[in-house]
Design a protein around this ligand. Structure first.
Ligand code: ADP
Ligand code: MG
Length: 277
């Protein structure tokens, strides 16, 4: 790794320390996306996207299917590299972070992917314990206590021995959230948490998102095309359209906006300025 030649070993350790000590809770600009551009298969998926995500709040990014919402969050966790622009988490530039520091940074992120199924071969307890076993040296007793506490927090107490196949879709989401927060991350990213759930279960998951965000006080970034859900949980709302961030601001402002794109999207109409493919 020739790039490492620029860092003395001491500087590398300092960087890892900075990642470990990262705290975003009270930062107005916890995550800063700057002029982010990404081209995939010759198509500009994101074009000059900039936004500041506040710490300790819930930010929801909405937009049509295929607009680049998942691509945006992959840049935030460093799973994709931009063609132009940068992404800062705290004062760390994710796009230039060496692999070792990036791996350390990923422990600060809890992820709840759209199709992020639980491991089918493990019971609920083992699923939630998995990040602790992988990233910490905690004892079995400590792990058992932490898992029990997180399962309580998501309304699934005492379900350690259940197999994922025995759970409903909503219960699996709850367990997935317990797993996402088990390392007490600074940021939790939800990719379409209510997609595919019935309206009643969706509402229960929205409540869970609200309650846990308030209780934990950490930064939630939610990707969604569910408008009802968005208005229930969001402090901040951004909208992606044709590779650009066309609106971004506090939820009440976005909700009251007369912008034609926003209105059409929120009202779920196919007639209007939004091009429907
Ligand atoms: N790894 C990839 N390679 C090539 N194209 C991709 C990749 N990931 C996403 N895309 C394309 O980028 C666009 C945005 O995808 P995505 O972010 O998943 O949309 P969504 O807003 O539904 O989450 C789509 O056209 C998709 O086909
Ligand atoms: Mg997606």
């Amino acid at each position: 790794m020739p790039a490492m030649a620029f860092f003395s070993p001491g500087a590398g350790r300092d960087l890892l320390e900075r990642v470990r000590n990262l705290s975003l809770r009270n930062q107005a600009e916890a995550i800063r996306v700057r002029h982010l551009t990404k081209v995939l298969r010759g198509k500009t998926v994101l074009s000059d996207v900039s936004l500041d995500i506040p710490g300790g709040k819930t930010t929801v990014i909405v937009g049509q299917s295929g607009v680049g919402k998942s691509v945006l969050i992959k840049h935030i966790v460093g799973l994709m590299k931009p063609d132009a622009g940068s992404v800062f988490v705290g004062d760390l530039d994710v796009t230039t972070l060496p692999e070792k520091a990036l791996n350390e940074l990923r422990k600060k992120f809890g992820m709840l992917f759209q199709h992020g199924a639980l491991f089918g071969s493990m019971d609920v307890g083992e699923n939630v314990a998995f990040p602790l076993r992988k990233h910490t040296r905690k004892s079995d007793t400590e792990i058992r206590d932490i898992v029990a506490e997180k399962l309580r927090l998501v309304g699934m107490p005492g379900t350690e021995s259940y197999h994922p196949s025995e759970l409903s879709g909503g219960m699996r989401k709850r367990v997935a959230l317990a797993r996402a927060i088990v390392l007490e991350p600074e940021v939790v990213i939800f990719d379409e948490p209510t997609t595919g759930l019935d309206p009643v279960t969706s509402d229960a998951i929205d409540r869970l998102i609200l309650e846990t965000q308030e209780k934990l006080g950490i930064t939630y970034v939610v990707i969604s095309h569910d408008i009802k859900s968005t208005f229930k949980i969001a402090h901040q709302i951004g909208m992606l359209y044709r590779s650009q961030l066309v609106a971004y601001g506090p939820a009440p402002n976005i909700r009251a906006s007369a912008d034609a794109l926003l209105r059409q999207f929120f009202e779920g109409r196919s007639d209007g300025p939004i091009q429907v493919l």
